[in-house]
Design a protein around this ligand. Structure first.
Ligand code: NAD
Length: 381
């Protein structure tokens, strides 16, 4: 059995974001809340879009107080802003933090309970207001996914999953990534790679998700290094497309242990999502290989590893390739190098097992397995 439900139109192309006004016009919106952060504004990424809205006689109000790993206060504030500005649609412009804030604020606009009452799967009752997403990083895939992640008062990052959260339109404009600094191309690109590898290798088999994941891995293997090194538009465009494909892959095929373990690292220690995933990815892959050598061999081949004598040999080469990629991109191999306190590990282990991604991991996981993986990723051994 394989099921796919992804009701989002995807527009890809250089300059595509300059048509945002006509997109909202087709949705019959008159006044749009733009959800973004200060970094995006300072990079000048809104200018063409606000001009396009004005040209289409669509008013807008900008909510620019998005913070990394958006929390309850941030999404409630965005909802209040929507009502006080009398908006009738939402435009999210930015990375996953801006898009997730927009999605969660949208949930609160049409659903009356506190945001945390909607955590888990299919708890939302009503459709969100019209939402268009314009990603400016190349990692989360949130522009097309059915999930928003909100950090609670105990620093737990909690997913809210529902097909109502899937945006109406995602506009992928490679121009908007030209200002992304190399370290953010690197870390968000590794986030996309993690999504694709976990979706491909976990216990959920979905032909559509697996195809998207494989193509995403292939594009990332080819373009992440040059995109980070040179910032050329062709490779940035491939990375943007790859991160959306990886988002589609994990919407239909879900994730695995890297995400179960990385959310606590971001929630407790403030390590950016892409960096936390990138550091954990090779350690979790090494642990998981025996659970699905076939899929890990496919991932390795898509990353550019030539055929080996058997699947396990290819899978092992795939882990080495990910380690090399992290190194070449300047991503540290341990959380110790990032200054994270090892005393956080017990709380992180507890949080890991609250994630639905543990049950679908390709290899069964015990508390002591997670402890060992955290210890390795902290020390770098
Ligand atoms: P982010 O949105 O936190 O942005 C990181 C920084 O990049 C910000 O300072 C921002 O100003 C800056 N920035 C963004 N685009 C820029 C550009 N083009 N030029 C210059 N600066 C730019 O980073 P992210 O990694 O995209 O998002 C991480 C968040 O996404 C986490 O909260 C994570 O949980 C969430 N996430 C959500 C999903 C989902 O499907 N909903 C999936 C994965 C991750």
């Amino acid at each position: 059995m394989s099921s796919v439900f992804l009701p989002v139109r995807i527009e890809f192309g250089i300059g595509s974001s300059t048509r945002i006004g006509s997109e909202f016009d087709s949705l019959k919106c008159k006044r749009v809340m733009i959800v973004t952060d200060k970094g995006v504004i300072q990079s000048g990424l809104l200018e063409n879009m606000t001009q396009s809205l004005a040209d289409s006689h669509i008013q807008f109000a900008i909510y620019d107080r998005v913070l990394p790993d958006p929390n309850i206060a941030c999404v409630e504030q965005a909802k209040e802003f929507y009502f006080s500005e009398q908006c009738d649609g939402i435009l999210a412009v930015g990375g996953g933090s801006s898009i997730d804030t927009a999605k969660a604020a949208g949930v609160l606009v049409t659903n009356s309970e506190p945001i945390m009452s909607y955590t888990g799967i299919d708890q939302i009752k009503n459709q969100l207001p019209p939402l268009i997403t314009v990603p400016t990083t190349c990692g989360t895939g949130s522009e097309v996914t059915n999930v928003t992640v909100v950090t609670d008062e105990n620093h737990f990052k909690k997913p809210i999953i529902s097909s109502y959260i899937i945006p109406k339109v995602a506009i992928l404009d490679p121009n908007l990534l030209l200002s992304l600094p190399p370290h953010l191309v690197a870390s968000t690109g590794m986030d996309a790679l993690t999504h694709a590898i976990e979706a491909l290798t976990n216990n959920i088999q979905n032909w559509y998700g697996d195809s998207c994941a494989l193509e995403a891995i292939r594009l990332i293997g080819k373009s992440l290094r040059p995109a980070a090194a040179n910032g050329n538009i062709t490779d940035l465009g491939r990375m943007l497309y790859a991160s959306t494909l990886a988002g589609i892959a994990f919407t239909v095929s879900r994730l695995g242990l890297v995400h179960a373990m990385s959310h606590p690292v971001s929630g407790f220690a403030g390590i950016p999502h892409g960096v936390a995933n990138a550091v954990l990815l090779p350690y979790v892959m090494s642990f998981n290989l025996v659970g699905n050598p076939h899929a890990y061999a496919l991932a390795a081949n898509a990353l550019g590893i030539s055929p080996q004598e058997n699947e396990m040999a290819a899978a092992v080469e795939g882990v080495k390739e990910v380690i090399k990629l992290n190194h070449q991109l300047g991503i540290p191999k341990s959380f110790k190098a990032l200054g994270v306190n090892e005393e956080l590990i017990p709380g992180m282990i507890e949080d890991t097992f609250k994630s639905g991604n543990v049950a679908i991991n390709p290899r069964r996981v015990s508390i002591s397995d997670v402890e060992q993986i955290y210890k390795k990723s902290f020390s770098g051994d």
